[in-house]
Design a protein around this ligand. Structure first.
Ligand code: SF4
Ligand code: SF4
Length: 214
């Protein structure tokens, strides 16, 4: 019997979702260039989630399941059936590199919120509030107060999976996904860089455009 054709490499496939820690995106999407305890806490949580998901993966495989029970947060998965809320295990689906659902990724650039008409960058409140202060004590007090707000907002976004109950003051946010007074954070809404509602600000930012330089 002839061997099966090989070559379906998941990272080259349109449906591949590599694990993306939100903490790395928050570092890009949070307009406050100060050390953050909230980010450190989120990174600790992500390590725990990853360990937990490693256990879930082993149990799913042990019982013969080919999909994750829920969308994994810190593990790669196959998004071919994502619209049916099925998150398949690539380690099984493509274990022999001969997946028939493979679709070449070809030149598709990640969608970038700050190049999208729905993406918004809040002002750098820390800089604005402290830039003109000459009194060292006032500078320190203002800085501490703003830092506290920043930490609260970042943790609140994490706990509520990217939907803040109030307007974001420090993190990039998306006007497309925000609704009912809740503010959607870009780091969560566009985690994998494949947002279906991406609307480039100009043709040069089109994910397929030849002129794209980003
Ligand atoms: S398992 Fe198949 S469809 Fe899914 S990402 Fe890999 S190659 Fe693509
Ligand atoms: S989440 Fe999507 S729609 Fe919103 S700003 Fe980012 S790319 Fe645009």
């Amino acid at each position: 019997m002839a061997p099966k054709a090989k070559g379906s490499n998941c990272p080259d496939c349109l449906y591949y979702r590599k694990e993306v820690p939100v903490s790395t995106l928050l570092q890009l999407h949070a307009a406050c260039d100060i050390p953050s305890e909230a980010l450190l806490k989120i990174q600790e949580e992500e390590v725990k989630i990853r360990d937990n998901e490693a256990g879930i993966l082993a149990s799913q495989i042990a019982v013969g399941r080919t999909d994750w029970a829920l969308q994994p947060q810190m593990w790669q998965y196959c998004a071919e059936k994502e619209d049916q809320r099925t998150y398949e295990i690539v380690e099984l689906k493509n274990k022999d590199n001969d997946c028939i659902a493979f679709r070449q990724r070809d030149n598709v650039r990640p969608t970038q919120c700050l190049k999208c008409r729905y993406g918004n960058r809040p002002p750098d409140r820390y800089f604005q509030a402290t830039a003109r202060i000459r009194d060292p004590k006032l500078f320190s007090d203002m800085g501490e107060a703003i830092k506290k707000d920043f930490e609260l907002e970042v943790m609140s976004g994490w706990v509520q999976r990217g939907m803040l109950p109030t307007q974001a003051a420090f993190q990039d946010w998306c006007s497309w996904y925000s609704e009912g007074g809740r503010c959607a954070l870009c780091a969560y809404m566009n985690r994998y860089g494949v947002c279906p509602n991406y609307a480039p600000l100009s043709p040069e930012f089109d994910i397929h455009g030849e002129k794209a330089t980003v």
